[in-house]
Design a protein around this ligand. Structure first.
Ligand SMILES: [Zn+2]
Length: 463
């Protein structure tokens, strides 16, 4: 049954009870909270409004909302039939395919409706009548057949050979791939809320579309006699979507792919993301995040929704991704990759050098440093201090079984020598640049940065 819950929770789920001996599903239902519609409105707006007139408002036409509800309810029915999320599905399509009307009409936005593949944020104005939604796809039909198609006159044990042969038949076809849901992303090809096989390119298209939405936010949310709450909400959605892109790209740095295999299949299960892709991810972050995203800063919007907050907001989202990038587990994987693959690999040292030169790029040219960038540079120093003093936090017992991460003894790894070395280099660069700027605040900031670095390298004993 589908149960409607008159509740403000913006979600839906499809739990089942199964017999632990056989896996047979004994009972199943869908819980449908009222505010799923808010969730759908937000996603469809922020992911498609740039190219889709139907999404340019706060209240969609019934036919549009009905179609969106059909998408979520199909996904929930997948759960009731026993399908888990398949986050490794959307990577099957190339980013350019998602701009193709013919392709998307035939295949939707991912081969499985059980992915968190949302709406087509990649298609650009002028691409034509591109399909925007995920559909029940190749993977779903295959998985349901595997679970339900009768295999006559065979015992459960005898069936296995037939079932295995169905898997092997499609073993290297990404349309049939399963990738599990991750808490703490290690495999960048199995992420939530992403589309296509190239996070950098997909996110560039996504950002190009967000840039088209922001200048229209006021017009698309407007209604006489109404306050600016919807404007506030949908600006927040733009920011969340932008943050998702930062997450999708960051996961490629220190990423390790996981492609399930059994003994009778060839090749490795785990492979490191190749160096070019990791480097590209780092330049994306420098260009789209650490270079202040001016297009997100719109005084026409801010003067209607808040008395202040922009500076802290920019700092917070830059800091969030910087801290994610400088995560101990990610650093551990970068080190292990260079140990295994030598100079071919994108090493921790490569990453730290690229990060420092990008975040402190003004020093080379003796340019003045604006307030956003001063905040960013202090966020960098703060994280460096964290890396020098903290260790990995313990995962609470209730999460331990499903959180994946690389564990590392921070104090006895190469992390601190590398951080120390980077800080010493930075110290020298700041000293050289210090008096080249005519801007007083830049000089004060650099003096302060030198002092902060000195305190990180030579902490005052607390006693
Ligand atoms: Zn689900």
């Amino acid at each position: 049954m589908v149960r409607y819950l008159a509740s403000p929770i913006p979600n839906a789920n499809g739990p089942h009870v199964s017999d632990p001996r056989s896996g047979e599903i004994l009972e199943s239902d869908i819980n449908w909270y009222h505010n799923v519609m808010t969730l759908l409105r937000n996603w469809f707006f922020v992911q498609t409004a740039a190219i889709n007139e139907d999404a340019r408002g706060v209240q969609f036409k019934d036919e549009v909302m009905g179609r969106l509800i059909r998408f979520v309810s199909s996904h929930e029915v997948g759960h009731t039939l026993g399908l888990p999320h398949n986050m490794g599905s959307s990577v099957a399509y190339s980013v350019e395919d998602l701009r193709d009307p013919e392709f998307t009409k035939k295949y939707g936005t991912a081969p499985s409706i059980m992915d968190y593949a949302r709406f087509n944020y990649i298609a650009q104005p002028g691409d034509g009548d591109v399909a925007l939604m995920p559909e029940i796809g190749t993977y779903d039909k295959y998985a349901i057949a595997w679970g339900y198609k009768p295999i006559l006159d065979k015992s459960a044990v005898e069936e296995k050979q037939t079932l295995d042969s169905w898997i092997l038949k499609h073993q290297n076809d990404p349309m049939y791939r399963f990738g599990s849901q991750q808490s703490g992303v290690i495999d960048p090809s199995s992420q939530t809320e992403d589309l296509g096989d190239d996070a950098v390119l997909a996110s560039q298209y996504g950002i190009a579309n967000l840039k088209r939405i922001v200048p229209n936010l006021i017009e698309w949310t407007a209604e006489d006699g109404k306050d600016y709450e919807d404007l506030d909400d949908l600006y927040g959605q733009v920011l969340s979507q932008y943050n998702r892109y930062m997450g999708h790209v960051t996961a490629n740095i220190g990423g390790v792919y996981q492609y399930y295999k059994t003994y009778d299949q060839e090749g490795p299960v785990y492979t490191h993301v190749d160096t070019d892709r990791q480097k590209e991810a780092m330049s994306f972050l420098q260009k789209e995040l650490f270079t202040t995203p001016e297009w997100l800063i719109d005084q026409n919007i801010f003067n209607k929704i808040e008395f202040d907050g922009n500076l802290e907001r920019v700092r917070n989202f830059q800091e969030r991704t910087m801290n994610n990038l400088l995560d101990f587990g990610r650093m551990a994987r970068l080190m292990e990759n260079s140990e295994i693959n030598g100079n071919e690999a994108y090493s921790l040292l490569n990453m730290m050098t690229d990060l420092r030169t990008g975040v402190w790029s003004e020093l080379n040219r003796g340019r003045s440093i604006d307030l956003y960038r001063r905040n960013l540079q202090r966020a960098y120093l703060e994280r460096m201090e964290y890396l020098m003093t903290e260790k990995q936090s313990a995962i609470p017992a209730r999460f331990r079984s499903w959180v994946k991460r690389s564990n590392i003894d921070v104090a006895n790894s190469d992390i601190r020598p590398i951080v120390r070395g980077e800080l010493v280099t930075l110290q020298g660069n700041i000293r050289n640049a210090m008096n080249r700027s005519n801007d007083k605040l830049t000089r004060y900031h650099l003096q302060d940065a030198l002092k902060r670095i000195d305190l990180i390298l030579n902490p005052i004993a607390k006693g």
